[in-house]
Design a protein around this ligand. Sequence first.
Ligand code: ZN
Length: 205
Amino acid sequence: METRLRHRLSQAFEYSLSGAACSTDGWESRVYAYSLSFPGQFGSSALYNKAVLLQAAVSVHISPNAVLRGKYSWYSMQGEESLGTGYEETPGSSRNAWGFSLTGTWNRVRKGEEMRPSWDQYFLKLAMLASERATCPRMHCGCVLVRHKHVLATGYNGSLPGLPHCDDIGCLIVNDHCIRTNHAEMNAITQAAKNGVSIAGATAM
Ligand SMILES: [Zn+2]
C-alpha cells in the first residue's frame, strides 16, 4: 500500500509526504515502491517480509525553468527468507537517506513565441483548416491565396456549387482521377473572381 500527499503552498513552494508499507508472502508477491523518486526507492523481494517507507520532500521553484528539491526518507524492513529448504529468519534493518537535487530546463524559445505561429505557419494552418471542408474522400486539400500577409480567398476541393458531392453519391473516376471535384486552388481563384478580388502577385498556400 502506498500513500502520497503533495501540497503546493504557493507558486514557488510545495511539500510532499508519502508512505509505503508492504507485506510480501512468497515470490509472487514482490513489491516495489518508487515513491517520490530520489533518494530512498526500495524494493521488497524477500520471500516473507514486511517493509515500511516514509518520505518527506520540499520543492522550491526557483524560476519557471529550475526546481530545487530536498528529501528525507526512512526505510525499515524485517522478515524471514527461504533458501528452498525452509524459513530462515533475517534480522530487521532500517536506514535513513537524504539528498538534494537541482533540476532545470533550458528554454530557448522567447516568451510568447511558442504560442504564436509565423506568418507562413499561420497561412498553412488556414489551408489545413480549409481542407477539412473537402468533400472527396480520395483527397482532402485546402488552399489559401495570400498577398502582403493578407488572405484574399480560400478554397477546398469539392464539387461545383449546387452539384452533389463525392461524399454523398461517390466519386466519378476517369483515368484514375476523380473529376467530380474541383481542385482547392481552382475553387480559391473562383471565390476571388466571384468577389471581384484581384489575385495578381498572390501566393497560393
Ligand atoms: Zn471524389
